[in-house]
Design a protein. Sequence first.
Length: 271
Amino acid sequence: MGDVLTMKSLKNCSLLISTYNWPEALNLCLKSVMRQSVLPAEVLIADDGSTEETREVIGRYMELYRLPIKHIWHEDTGFRLAEIRNKAIAQAETDYIVQIDGDVILDRYFIQDHLRVAEKGCFVRGTRGHVGESYIKELFESGNIALHAFSKGVQHRFNTLRWPFLSWVMTKREAKGGDVKGCNLAYWKSDFIAVNGYNNALQGWGHEDEEFTIRLVNTGVRRKKIKLCCVQFHIFHPLASRAHEEEHQQVIDALYRSGQSTCIDGYAQVL
């Protein structure tokens, strides 16, 4: 297993944000990005076909901040998250990708923590707390992003504790690709390219992150599961349609049996 890289050796990263037609949440997400203790080198917004309102939110941040923001958009023809992520990562200019969704609020030290825990031969799987449904109206009205484990409306509070000096106690390195959250994931771009990135064939909600990380593990990359750092708060929303979940699960099951590490239709096919 590779040595843990410190911030001194890993200078920076690209922050990948996935979004689709929720500009109010994306606004709070970007607001939390701009207050990071260590800013990413760039922000890549993977937009799965949002309308003009989302573009306007992104445009305001492009004007207000010097941090490079790239808005990667394709037409809305259904849930194509895997494909738009591939298109966004094609524009990444750093060696390391930190991946989140546009419906999360980041702790101030989120990027700093990810740079600290980055490790060669591993991808990082983080966790998340939640902002409950009952607090959503107040959250958007106040615009408050200074959330912590004991803030009003926060659920799964243990996942929002930040004790980086103790995080090593709960860190696990495992040859497991499952049980990942695409909203708090980090990996080396070279590893991403080696497995041909996300599987474009997985359209509709379900298991696209797990399918990708299982293939990473099949190449020898290990999952680094962390807690007590890289904290984020997921904003409640109704669940997406699960119509394709069973079909995608069959793809996952086949991967476990075959040990396959690449996909036929992935990153290389969108270049």
